[in-house]
Design a protein around this ligand. Structure first.
Ligand code: ATP
Ligand code: MG
Length: 329
């Protein structure tokens, strides 16, 4: 299967292009969108010229798997209201003006989703202190602007104790939001108070924080039982303006939105290899191509990266990717 790096569907209106996805609207079905993953891959914030076969299917089917797991009754501890997700179906609606060829191109890589008003924050949850959070912690003694060692509001919980080393497990998972930068810009780590301001409605802000933490906690436990640490992850939520619900949207708990580490190789105090992209990042660094535009990966790098994405899918779900694809109508 060849990688697909751009998708045009003349019968539908393309309303957005992200680093990885294309979003289409169907006039006949205005409350939904077609959320289509391409096989594009980015590393060090730059999208590579060629794509990775099966990557879109991994991202889409893994998100669908998590949505199924997380919406089971009792899946999220302490939740009274059930989790709502944006997923409507894993195929375009019958009204979508698509040819048979286009429908087969979309197979496995698309979701028909509820059209939402997205909240302008990335709901990051961290179970371990890695990436930009560790950098800020060690340089400035803060995490997302919050002083290390401070207690959390009226509770006596210390979210970021002093003396943590790189990639160390935090005492409990923490919600550390960031802004959602436009294409080409960098997200900025912000405080929970600033995130609440951007979200606009305190009840929505509280619901986003509560859901992000509950979803991370349930998923981290599920993954650890399969040998994978979810060190941190990023969720996006949107408002369903018809029902007033705060809905879990976008992709969830994929290798693109999360740091996945192998539990049996984990050791605090050093960098960990990310399960899938490390191989590509190492190659870019070795070749002096880190952060460069227009890079074309050679065939063996593409193949190895594709294998790694598929492997993560299979470890987490316990199923070959082909079974998920074969089960699609
Ligand atoms: P990255 O994920 O690397 O930051 P990106 O966010 O620019 O890249 P993609 O993941 O390629 O973009 O595209 C997904 C876009 O769709 C995001 O802007 C996301 O906020 C938006 N989105 C996700 N779900 C919905 C939805 N149900 N309704 C409306 N917009 C959505
Ligand atoms: Mg995205």
């Amino acid at each position: 299967m060849a990688a697909v790096t751009s998708i045009d569907l003349p019968g539908l209106t393309k309303i957005a292009t992200g680093k990885v996805r294309e979003m289409f609207a169907d006039e006949a079905d205005p409350s939904s969108l077609l959320f289509v993953a391409t096989d594009r891959i980015s590393a060090y914030d730059v999208v590579l010229e060629n794509g990775v076969p099966h990557k879109a299917a991994v991202l889409t089917q893994l998100t669908a798997y998590w949505f199924r797991v997380l919406t089971q009754p009792g899946a999220l501890a302490g939740q009274t209201a059930p989790l709502c997700t944006h997923l409507l179906s894993l195929a375009p609606g019958p009204t979508a003006r698509l040819s048979d060829t286009e429908r087969s191109l979309l197979r496995g890589r698309c979701m028909r989703v509820r059209r939402l008003r997205m909240f302008p924050v990335e709901a990051i949850v961290r179970g371990y202190l890695a990436g930009s959070a560790f950098a800020e912690y060690s340089k400035q003694g803060t995490v997302h602007g919050e002083p290390v060692g401070a207690t959390d509001g009226n509770s006596s919980t210390v979210r970021f104790p002093p003396g943590l080393v790189r990639c160390q497990k935090l005492p409990a998972p923490v919600y550390t939001p960031s802004t959602k930068a436009e294409l080409g810009a960098h997200d900025e780590n912000i405080s929970r108070a600033r995130a609440a301001e951007l979200i606009g409605n305190p009840a929505h802000a509280a619901r986003i924080e509560e859901l992000a933490l509950a979803v991370y906690t349930a998923a981290a436990e599920h993954a650890l039982a399969r040998g994978i640490i979810i060190a941190d992850t990023k969720f996006e939520f949107g408002l369903d303006e018809a029902t007033g619900e705060v809905v879990l949207a976008d992709e969830v708990l994929t290798p693109d939105s999360s740091r996945f580490w192998l539990a049996d190789q984990y050791e605090a105090g050093r960098e960990q290899d990310s399960l899938d992209k490390q191989f590509l990042r190492n190659w870019l660094v070795r070749e002096g191509l880190k952060g460069k535009e227009g890079v074309i990966m050679p065939a063996d790098i593409v193949e190895q990266t594709s294998k790694r994405y598929t492997d993560v899918y299979e470890r987490l779900t316990g199923q070959p990717l082909e079974s998920a694809l074969a089960a699609l109508e």
